[in-house]
Design a protein around this ligand. Structure first.
Ligand code: AMP
Ligand code: ZN
Ligand code: FE
Ligand code: FE
Length: 294
């Protein structure tokens, strides 16, 4: 049975390999009827993708993914149906992207100090939009220092590796507030990744109170046991179970575009939540003072 829904994917606006236009054509090819676009810290791919999706008769949900910091790991927060044109929201995500730039430059400096000669200009050229570690990895690959993207992470830029630099991140609660301030629906992404479910359970009551509405349940390679555990958790906290592949392009994450069954109910429930929210005044988000990367 073909899968009709995929609510987690990236384009060249962040660290995906396909342009928004290409990605929507791939979505059509694999039979998707509803997609959510969730680039990191940018909405730069949304208008192009929405335009192409419309022409291809694919239902399109504008979204974003914001990586946040918790002790010992990262919690990624997705935001669906954001009013992405809102100036205050755009100003905030630009702060996040600017922090990515400085952090990228620092990683290149560290690599240079370690005798690895790649240039920031090259990394910047590879990244068409929001810059991330995958772009540094591609520069390492192009210069012949590694044979695969994975090796670049293992050897140099993975967490705790010699050229790893942390970057300015919001807390999960701030990310929820930021998305809510743009009338969006905050959803916890891949909840079983670090820091893990036990740690996440400690955060959930607070996140729910802050306005979290969903839990990514049908994700990438998660097993049916994982899915059951997350469904139970979603039920417990009255969260919408969403899902998707986190497709970045071939060879980056294991699940192909549309390669995970996500019930269409996820889309219906998100739409119902969006309709309920429409017309209400969103809370104002104030960016916490930036904490510079060490
Ligand atoms: P950043 O947001 O710049 O910290 O980069 C994180 C992104 O790098 C993630 O969204 C993944 O797409 C990618 N990534 C993280 N770890 C790995 C890995 N071991 N191999 C390949 N890609 C990775
Ligand atoms: Zn990514
Ligand atoms: Fe993520
Ligand atoms: Fe993602």
């Amino acid at each position: 049975m073909p899968n009709y829904v995929d609510l987690h994917m990236h384009t060249t606006a962040s660290d995906g390999l396909y342009s928004p236009t290409e990605l929507m054509h791939r979505a059509k090819e694999v039979g998707l009827r509803a997609v959510g676009l969730t680039d990191h810290d940018t909405t730069g791919g949304i208008e192009e993708a929405a335009h192409v999706a419309k022409a291809l008769d694919i239902e399109f949900i504008p979204g974003i993914e914001i990586n946040t910091d918790v002790n010992g790991g990262e919690v990624h927060v997705l935001g669906y149906f954001i009013d992405y044109r809102q100036p205050a929201f755009q100003a905030t995500i630009k702060v996040l992207r600017d922090a990515r730039e400085r952090r990228g430059q620092r990683m290149v400096e560290l690599l240079n100090e370690q005798g690895v000669s790649i240039e920031w200009e090259h990394v910047r050229e590879i990244a068409q939009g929001s810059v991330g570690r995958p772009h540094v990895a591609k520069a390492l690959l192009a210069a012949g220092y590694v044979q695969t993207i994975g090796e670049a992470f293992d050897k140099y830029i993975g967490t705790g590796k010699p050229a790893y630099v942390p970057r300015y991140k919001l807390t999960p609660k701030d990310a929820v507030h930021l998305i809510a301030s743009a009338n969006g629906l905050p959803v916890i992404a891949h909840p079983l990744d670090l820091p893990g479910l036990a740690e996440l359970r400690n955060w959930l009551p607070d996140l729910k109170a802050a306005g979290m509405v969903g839990l990514e349940t049908y994700y990438g390679q998660y097993t049916s046991e994982d899915e059951q555990a997350l469904l139970a958790l979603a039920h417990e906290y009255d969260l919408i179970p969403t899902g998707g592949t986190d497709f970045h392009g071939p060879g980056i994450h294991p699940t192909p575009l549309g390669g995970r069954y996500v019930p269409h109910e996820a889309v219906e429930q998100l739409k119902a939540a969006e309709a309920k929210r429409r017309g209400t005044t969103p809370p104002v988000f104030k960016l916490p003072p930036p904490v510079e990367e060490k």
